[in-house]
Design a protein around this ligand. Structure first.
Ligand code: PEP
Ligand code: MG
Length: 580
C-alpha cells in the first residue's frame, strides 16, 4: 500500500531507492505474551541473536583499519566480555520462561535490573561502564528485530535510503563513507547537528517524519522529495515516472550550474562576494574545491573528537590542520576550536549530561573548563599556521571574562611555542563567532579584541527565539526572518563595518537560496555554507543587483513598518520561483 509522510526537507533533490531500517533504541521495545509452547522457540531466538552479536564483534575486530587508536581493540574486547557474562546473556532466557514474554522484553527487564545497580556506584569510571552494557544490549535488540545498524555490505549503496528513528551526529559521521541515495529520520530540527551532518552527505534528506521508522518496511521502495520534505512509500507507477523525470531535470540543472564554478563571484552591480565552505572533516575540502569554494569559512573541528575512545593529541591535530592548510593552497581556512557539548556529547571527558545541554558547558565554556585539551588544540593550530592561510575562530563567546581567558590561553600557547623555538604565524588572525544574542548586543566589547567575526545564525536563532534547534516539535517556530533575528544581524553588520572589521555568516542561512538576497541586502559579503549549496547561492549572487535590494532592506528594517508591508518585502525577496 502506498502512503506519504511529511517532514522537514533538509537536503534538496529527489532520491529513489529501497529502505534500509536502522534499529531504534531499546526504550521502544514492546512486550507480548507467548504460550508455554513458544518458550523454547523464543529462548532459541535469543541465543541465536547473542551468537550473531558475537560474530559481529569478531568481524568488527578484523575490520579495524591499521593505525586506528588502540582503544578500538579494547572497546571491542570489553563488549565481548560483557556478551560472555551470563547476567546479560543467560538470565533473559530464564525470564522468557518465568514471564512468558518475548525475548526483547526479557532482555529489557534484565538490562533495567542491571542498570539499577549502577545507580549506587560512586566511582565515575565504573559508572560510565553502564553505557557499554547498554550498547551491547542494543546490539542484541537490533539483531532480534531483524535489521541491525550495520551498513549493508554491498558494493554500492546508491539505491539504499537510510531510515532511522533518531541518530546522533557521531553515528551520521560513519555513514559519510558510503554513497547512499537518501537519508530520513523521525526526529530532528533543520539546524540540528545531525541535520547538518546529514546534509553534508549531500543526498536528499528529510527529518521530523515522526513515524517513518515504524511504518516503513525493510526494502520498501521510497521516493524522497528533499526540497518539499515529503517521503513516498511504495509509490505507484505514475508517481515513479513523474519523480524520475523530476530527478533527471534536477541533475541536468546541476550540470548547468557547474559551468559557473570558475566564474568570479560578483553581483550585477560589481560587488565581490566571498563564498566559502563549511567542513566537518579534512576530506571535505575535496567537495569544497569541486564546487568552487574560495576557502573554508568554518572547519567544525569537534568532529575530530567524536566517535572515538580517546582525545586527539596535539601532534595528530597538527598533522590534520597542516595537511588541510596545504590542501587549500593559500586560500583561507578558518579553524573553529572544538564546539563540543550540547548535542555533540563527548564520552572521553566523563562529564555528566547537563540538565539543559544547549545552555550548559558547551563550546568555549568547555574549552576553558578543559585547559589542557584547549591548549593542545591551540598549539596544533598555531603550528599548522606555517603551512597555509589559517585563522582561528572561537565559538559561543558571551562575555568579557570569556574573551580575556580565551585570548590569554592563546597567548600562553604562543609563548610556549616561542620558548621551544617552534615557528608559527605571528600575525595569525583570531575571530569570534557571534551566535549568542548577548554577543550581538554587546558587540563593542568584542569589536576591539578580535580581527574578524562570523555570525552563527543556527545558534543565534535558537538562543534569540528560545527554540531548541534540535527539537522538531518547535521547528515551526524556528524563524530566520523573525524581526528580532534580522535586527541582531543588521546590528552586527553595521557595528562590524563601523569598526572596519570583516564579518561573515556561517550558519545554515548562508546556504539557503531563498535568503541570499536578504543577506546581500543587509550588507554581508562573506558567506560560508555546506559545499553542496555553493553553486546555487553563487547563481543567485551573480544575478543580483544589490543596489536594487538595499532600499527594500532599509524599509524592512524600519521600526514603523506595517506587518503587511513587511510580508510583501519578504515575499518579494525570498521568491524562489526562478531559483535552481
Ligand atoms: C551556528 O551556530 O550557526 C554555527 C555555524 O555553528 P554550529 O552549527 O556548529 O553550532
Ligand atoms: Mg553554533
Amino acid at each position: 500500500m502506498s502512503f506519504n509522510l511529511h517532514g522537514i526537507g533538509i537536503s534538496n533533490g529527489i532520491a529513489i531507492g529501497n529502505a534500509h531500517l536502522l534499529s531504534h533504541a531499546y526504550s521502544e521495545v514492546v512486550q507480548y505474551e507467548i504460550s508455554t509452547d513458544a518458550v523454547e522457540y523464543e529462548r532459541q531466538r535469543f541465543e541465536t541473536a547473542v551468537e550473531k552479536a558475537r560474530r559481529e564483534l569478531s568481524d568488527l575486530q578484523t575490520e579495524i583499519p591499521i593505525g586506528s587508536p588502540s582503544e578500538f581493540q579494547e572497546f571491542i574486547k570489553l563488549h565481548q566480555m560483557i556478551l560472555d557474562d551470563p547476567i546479560l546473556t543467560d538470565a533473559p532466557k530464564k525470564k522468557i520462561e518465568e514471564l512468558l514474554c518475548n525475548a526483547e522484553w526479557a532482555l529489557k527487564i534484565q538490562l533495567e535490573k542491571l542498570l539499577e545497580k549502577f545507580l549506587v556506584i560512586k566511582d565515575l569510571y565504573l559508572r560510565e561502564r553502564q553505557k557499554d552494557i547498554i550498547q551491547v544490549a542494543e546490539r542484541i535488540f537490533k539483531i532480534l528485530e531483524g535489521a541491525g545498524n550495520k551498513v549493508p555490505n554491498s558494493h554500492s549503496h546508491k539505491n539504499i535510503i537510510v531510515v532511522a528513528h533518531d541518530i546522533s551526529p557521531t553515528e551520521v559521521i560513519q555513514f559519510r563513507e558510503k554513497d547512499f541515495a537518501g537519508f530520513i529520520t523521525d526526529v530532528g530540527g533543520t539546524t540540528s547537528h545531525t541535520a547538518i551532518i546529514a546534509r553534508s552527505l549531500n543526498v536528499p534528506s528529510v527529518v521530523a517524519l515522526h513515524d517513518a521508522r515504524r511504518l516503513i518496511k525493510e526494502g520498501e521502495q521510497l521516493i524522497i522529495d528533499g526540497t518539499n520534505g515529503i517521503v513516498m512509500a511504495s509509490p505507484g507507477k505514475k508517481i515513479l515516472r513523474e519523480y524520475r523525470q523530476k530527478k533527471n531535470d534536477i541533475e541536468k540543472k546541476q550540470k548547468v550550474l557547474k559551468k559557473i564554478k570558475n566564474e568570479p563571484c560578483i553581483t550585477k552591480d560589481g560587488k565581490k562576494i566571498d563564498l566559502l565552505a563549511n567542513i566537518e572533516m579534512p576530506s571535505d575540502t575535496l567537495q569544497a574545491k569541486e564546487n568552487g569554494a574560495e576557502g573554508i569559512g568554518l572547519f567544525r573541528t569537534e568532529f575530530l573528537y567524536l566517535g572515538r575512545g580517546d582525545l586527539p593529541t596535539e601532534e595528530e591535530q597538527f598533522l590534520t590542520y597542516k595537511n588541510a592548510a596545504i590542501d587549500l593552497n593559500g586560500h583561507p581556512i578558518i579553524i573553529r576550536t572544538f564546539d563540543l557539548g550540547a548535542d555533540k556529547h563527548t564520552e572521553q571527558l566523563s562529564r555528566p549530561v547537563a540538565p539543559n545541554p544547549a545552555l550548559g558547558l558547551r563550546a568555549i565554556r568547555l574549552c576553558l573548563a578543559e585547559p589542557e585539551m584547549f591548549r593542545d588544540q591551540i598549539r596544533a593550530i598555531l603550528r599548522a599556521s606555517m603551512y597555509g592561510n589559517i585563522k582561528i575562530l572561537i565559538p559561543m563567546l558571551m562575555n568579557k571574562g570569556e574573551i580575556n581567558q580565551t585570548l590569554s590561553a592563546i597567548n600562553l600557547a604562543k609563548l610556549s611555542l616561542r620558548e621551544e623555538g617552534t615557528a608559527f604565524d605571528e600575525d595569525i588572525k583570531i575571530g569570534a563567532m557571534i551566535e549568542v544574542p548577548a554577543a550581538a548586543i554587546a558587540f563593542d566589547e568584542f569589536a576591539k579584541q578580535f580581527d574578524f567575526f562570523s555570525v552563527g545564525t543556527n545558534d543565534l536563532i535558537q538562543y534569540t527565539l528560545a527554540v531548541d534547534r534540535t527539537d522538531d516539535s518547535v521547528s515551526h517556530l524556528y524563524d530566520p526572518l523573525h524581526p528580532a533575528v534580522l535586527e541582531l544581524l543588521n546590528r552586527i553588520i553595521l557595528k562590524a563595518n563601523f569598526y572596519t572589521k570583516p564579518v561573515g555568516l556561517c550558519g545554515e542561512m548562508a546556504g539557503d537560496i531563498r535568503l541570499t538576497k536578504i543577506l546581500l541586502g543587509l550588507g554581508l559579503k562573506n558567506l560560508s555554507m555546506h559545499p553542496g549549496n555553493l553553486l546555487r547561492v553563487k547563481n543567485i549572487v551573480i544575478h543580483t543587483n544589490i543596489s536594487e535590494i538595499e532600499p527594500k532592506i532599509k524599509k524592512l528594517m524600519a521600526p514603523d513598518i506595517s506587518t503587511d508591508e513587511r510580508q510583501k518585502i519578504i515575499t518579494l525577496l525570498t521568491d524562489d520561483r526562478n531559483m535552481t
